[in-house]
Design a protein around this ligand. Sequence first.
Ligand SMILES: *Cc1c(COP(=O)(O)O)cnc(C)c1O
Length: 352
Amino acid sequence: MKLFSIGPVEMHPYTKRLGSESIPYFRTEEFSQTVLGCATMLSACVNAQDDARVFLLTASGTAAMETAVASAFTPGDRVLVMNAGTFGKRFCDICDVHAIPYVSVDLAFGESLTEERLAAYDGKGITGVLVNLTETSTGLMFDAPMIADFCRRNGALFVVDAIGAFLADALDISAMGIDIGIVSSQKGLALPPGLSMITTTDKAYRDRIAHAPRKSLYFHLPDYEADGRRGQTPYTPCVGIILQLEQRLQHIQEEGPDAVIAHTAALARQFRKGILELGYTLPPHPLSNALTPVLCPKNDAPARIRALCALGYQTTPCGGSLSESMLRVGHLGCLTAKDHADLLEAFLQIEA
Ligand SMILES: *Cc1c(COP(=O)(O)O)cnc(C)c1O
């Protein structure tokens, strides 16, 4: 089965080989060096500042979203959530659980965020903005510079879930003015699920997180900060995935993160051209390179996903109101132009 899913995605052969090896004991100088190396390479990949903090959490991306929000905000804050689908809604749910006051800026399917929509919240006491740079449920890509500008003029903390965007779309933590960024192992990094990373600027860490009240035993970031300085974590991490991360980041460093993004962008362009020629349509909002949301004119997405599966291609279903009308094709991971040409051929076959 060839995976055009959106996470987990096709892993690189070297990642799989490393995954078959034994897990070493981890309270060692050698493993500390691995962790520190990962933090340095990851920071370089997203252009975080030299004094940025990188936290490795053994948990899926949602836990990192929750940890970031719960660590940075209190019931005294008022945050703006950009809510364009499943993952925007998740930020709202996290705020609800942690009693963090928020306003949800709801975008209908196909709609994009406008300057006017944001400007309505100028001077309204907003202390933070939460956004999924790529809203993976619909493929919408948000305009980070526009939101960063809002954060700057309002003195609001800019928290970005870049899980879908990382290594698919440009992500420059410094240039985009991102205070807290979140990525996860099973998307662009093409690693097994289970490892998530939070980066914060030094200022965001000191002002917002270092003295935050403890809300959780496991997810209390100051504990990670203390151990992290020597390349360790408070609890047993996913040692194997961290070793795979080190190896993968070394490959990305050699290739250059821009080249990885350009490869994904080229696959997305190739696929979109082909699928439009077959009579499918795409939603009107700006699209991430990570995936293509494909609208099925006959509202038969589940049947098409099954037919593609039978031919050996795993595409991704949609939830809720989009489940019949749309399927999603991922471009992340170890995929080539040939793989995409084959998938388009399969789409043609299932027409018959
Ligand atoms: C995949 C993804 C997540 C993380 O989901 P988990 O299932 O918790 O790993 C969060 N945000 C976005 C935008 C994603 O694409």
